[in-house]
Structure formats: structure tokens, C-alpha cells
Write a protein that binds this ligand. Structure first.
Ligand SMILES: Nc1ncnc2c1ncn2[C@@H]1O[C@H](COP(=O)(O)OP(=O)(O)OP(=O)(O)O)[C@@H](O)[C@H]1O
Ligand SMILES: [Mg+2]
Length: 265
């Protein structure tokens, strides 16, 4: 650290995609996130782990203002995306969510065709000038979602007619269709079997080439397999944040150690 030049330090700062400082979240009187600060790196998979109810989903939802949709939820502190305050009054949450996409625990395709599931976002955001361009975006997104080969002959069939694992890959393809910069995933594999899970994990590793990916997971094996950075939450606190290998082999905090060895959680 000490022998880094100013320029090296500046470059390292640039690699920070999201910077959260002193974040507090309340649901009415419940203090769900307590003074959390964290730097999320670009082109990196960051895992959020911790026992049920510790605030992983709450904190994840702060990163694209999904908590705005919960009436009793209040968020304080600063969250910067590429240095810009995402809670600034001038930021349109819909535009923000195109840049910071989200995949949920339960696959939730729209009740529309496979094609329209993908085309929906690009249409709203005016990403295609004509049908040919839209077709291209749809194909590219389905390829990135690693599901093109399985659906290319049934693009106009309903998305809800796919298997659970296929639906989740469709939802990932839908999230990447608007060219997001960050992809938030809240337990994206919890409804999937081991084969579909492996496919989604492989996909996450590929998406990391282009995006910053943040994944909430209850599976420590999954966190260890897919992430480079891991954040351990406990009772609304961010207890420890470090390289994934460090967290799983030599954590600093006894609470982290208890969790990864199965004593709490
Ligand atoms: N919509 C809500 N209204 C009120 N309280 C909420 C709401 N969502 C979450 N909470 C509370 O905030 C705290 C953190 O919940 P959160 O869902 O973020 O935990 P989590 O770590 O994602 O848990 P899990 O692993 O079970 O998904 C909990 O005490 C929870 O009860
Ligand atoms: Mg959760």
C-alpha cells in the first residue's frame, strides 16, 4: 500500500464501481442496516453472506434503490455509482435500475413471450432503432444468458412455460439486455437443481468479464466458488469484507469464523 504511486492508487480507486458510506436502513423502528461502508469493485463477483435476517437483501436493494418501493423503509448515508450519488433527486430510479440490474430469488419472467421478456427493457429505454436491431439485442442477451440454444426455436412461446432453471437464465438474459453495469442477484440459485445451479454459476463467472456482480447466497460453497470478494453480515452490521479466500481460510473476526464453520446461522 505504502509504495503505491499516486497514479496506481487513482487507478485502483477507478476500479471501485460502487462506494457505500455510512449506510443505515430502517423499516419503521427496526434498524436493519447499521452504518455499513463498502467498496464494490468493477469486474468482480462480490458475495454477501450471513445468517437469515442479517440484512443481506436489504443492503443489496439499497444499491439500485429497490427499497424505494417499500413504504416504511428509510435509507440514510451515501451510495455512489462511478462517483455519482444514486439517491440524488435528479437520478431517475428507472434509469438507475437499467444500469444496476437485479435478478431475484424466484424466477419471475413476465407473462409474455420469451422474445418480449427480453425486448421489454430495450424497448422502454429506446436501445433499438428498428426490429432488426431489437432482434439482435434479443439474440445477444439470450446467448449471454446461456439459454439461446434452448429457446431459439420457440421465441414466441411464453417465458413462463420454461423450466425453473431456464426461467432463471431467461431472467438473467432480461437483466443483461439493457446493458447494465452492475448485476445484483439475490439468491439466484435457491430454486434451482444442481445442474441449473452449475449453469448459472458458470454464467456468473462469464458476466464478471463485463460487469460487477453482487450475489447474495446462503451457500458458502457457492460463495467460495463464484466470488472474489466476500462480505459477511451479522445483525445488520458488515462484520468483515475481504478477499473470498481470506474470509474462508483465515477470517479476522470470530463471528465470521463461527459462521463459516457452522456455529452461527
Ligand atoms: N419489508 C420489510 N418490512 C419490515 N421489515 C423488514 C422488511 N424486509 C426486511 N425486514 C427486516 O429487516 C431485517 C433484514 O432483513 P433482510 O431481508 O435484509 O435479511 P436477509 O439477510 O436477506 O435474510 P434472508 O437470508 O432470510 O433472506 C430483518 O429483521 C427483517 O425482518
Ligand atoms: Mg434475503
Amino acid at each position: 500500500m505504502n509504495d503505491m504511486t499516486k497514479i496506481e492508487r487513482a487507478i485502483e480507486m477507478n476500479d471501485m464501481k460502487i462506494s457505500a458510506k455510512g449506510v443505515q436502513v430502517y423499516y419503521g423502528d427496526t434498524h436493519a442496516i447499521k452504518d455499513v461502508s463498502v467498496e464494490i469493485e468493477d469486474k468482480t463477483v462480490t458475495a454477501f453472506i450471513g445468517p437469515s435476517g442479517c440484512g443481506k437483501s436489504t443492503f443489496l436493494r439499497c444499491l439500485n434503490r429497490m427499497n424505494d418501493t417499500i413504504d416504511i423503509c428509510r435509507v440514510e448515508g451515501d451510495i455512489l455509482l462511478d462517483g455519482e450519488d444514486i439517491y440524488d433527486k435528479r437520478v431517475d430510479p428507472v434509469q438507475l435500475r437499467a444500469k444496476v440490474g437485479m435478478v431475484f430469488q424466484k424466477p419471475n419472467p413476465f407473462p409474455k413471450s420469451i422474445y418480449d421478456n427480453i425486448a421489454y427493457g430495450p424497448r422502454i429505454h429506446g436501445l433499438a432503432k428498428n426490429k432488426a436491431e431489437l432482434d439482435e439485442i434479443v439474440e445477444k442477451s439470450l446467448r449471454r444468458g446461456a439459454i439461446w440454444d434452448e429457446v431459439k426455436d420457440r421465441l414466441h412461446a411464453p417465458g413462463t412455460g420454461l423450466s425453473g432453471g431456464q426461467q432463471q437464465r431467461l431472467c438473467i438474459a432480461r437483466a443483461v439486455a439493457t446493458e447494465p453495469e452492475v448485476l445484483l442477484m439475490d439468491e439466484p440459485c435457491s430454486a434451482l437443481d444442481p445442474i441449473a445451479t452449475a449453469q448459472v454459476e458458470e454464467l456468473i463467472d462469464e458476466l464478471r468479464q463485463s460487469y460487477s456482480v453482487v450475489i447474495v447466497t446462503h451457500s458458502m460453497q457457492q460463495a467460495a466458488r463464484v466470488s472474489q470478494k466476500t462480505a459477511f453480515f451479522h445483525l445488520g452490521n458488515l462484520v468483515e469484507y475481504d478477499d473470498t479466500t481470506k474470509i474462508f481460510t483465515n477470517p479476522e473476526d470470530p463471528r465470521t469464523e463461527s459462521y463459516i464453520t457452522g456455529r452461527i446461522g
